[in-house]
Design a protein around this ligand. Sequence first.
Ligand code: FAD
Ligand code: PHB
Length: 391
Amino acid sequence: MRTKIAIIGAGPAGLMLAHLLQRDGIDAVVVESRNRDYIEGRVRAGVLEQTTVNLLERLGISGRMCREGLIHTGTNLAIDGELFRIDMEALTGGSTVMVYGQQEVMRDLFDDAAERGIKIIFEAEGVQLHEVDGSHPFVTWREHGAERRLDCDFIAGCDGFHGVSRPCIPETIRKTFERVYPFGWLGILAEVPPANHELIYANHERGFALASMRSATRSRYYIQCPLDEKLEDWPDERFWDEVSLRLGPATAAHVVRGPAFEKSIAPLRSFVTEPMRHGRLFLAGDAAHIVPPTGAKGLNLAVADVTFLAEALAAYYRSGSALGIDHYSDRALARVWKAERFSWWFTSITHRFPEMDGFARKMQVAELNYIRGSRAAQTMLAENYVGLPLQ
Ligand code: FAD
Ligand code: PHB
């Protein structure tokens, strides 16, 4: 088989790139190690930036999102149960976010990919990248026991944090920057109406809590927990008691309890690899960087990367100019680092750190109170939260 772009991974980065290239008439094949049900079943992101929403609209994949997604014009912070609102729309000159689950985004991307004839190979075993720094790269894998080979011009490594693409950049060239947080998020999904019509990010003496949602009838809640916490130690009632306590009595009065149909613990990590290009291999999304989920940036960053990459590849095939391709890593990283900073900062002011003493907690509370009273500080939060421009 031969194609122009071999895309490794059919997550948000890989599938979005496939759609962007298809729109520009650039031939691509997606090679994915799992099946569609597995990818659509993963409960992950919930908040889409304005730029992600705009892109889905431009690609004509926004019909269901516009009908079923929830536009949020603001978000809320809580300090020991006391809420204040950030009016994102007013502070950013009209930008908002869309609450629409990653699972739904993936379903829409897969449905439209099938209609548009985008080629996706599922359940590819033992995927390997070859000659990424030569002029004839190729990808190999096993499909139902048979060996397969895909020759291409370029490879897009969109295979997430644990994928095979990133290690193809030699260690002598690859630099990594990392912070592993000493806690995780215990999250649940329940078929109950949300406690509040907008999200609440809560800093509480006992640790962080987040009230989020997927729809008017489905709630998503998270609490900060130690990394070695066991799910079996968190029966539903214990979770509801703890999240209610951390959100505070005013919000707790509106928390509707119900059976959790999904419960999981996710570790928190900041991670960046540089550069995001080596020879004919480009990295995009979680393959290149991870943010703690506090800023709701992970999926959105993946989308921004592939927007830049698709532009660069389109220019290359249109005019033969390699300028965009050569600039891809620097351009993507400039935005990645800003999102890393925001996610790290938002995590640092909302979570309880093990080494935190009375002074450190007072600093958090003072910072949150400063944000509450300062339009300038609220604007910084709002413009990062809705998503920085794609420059
Ligand atoms: P992935 O989604 O990891 O996709 C990579 C794909 O590559 C997968 O399908 C995988 O099966 C495939 N793959 C892996 N290895 C191979 C291989 N060797 N060969 C072939 N295929 C391979 N982000 C937000 O923007 N907003 C949020 O609100 C948010 N909340 C989150 C909450 C939680 C609890 C978690 C865990 C994450 C959250 N994120 C959020 C982050 C977001 O889910 C990720 O950043 C996003 O999925 C990244 O997309 P990706 O395509 O780069 O990687
Ligand atoms: C979610 O609903 O899953 C969610 C929302 C906001 C975040 C992280 C996760 O910051």
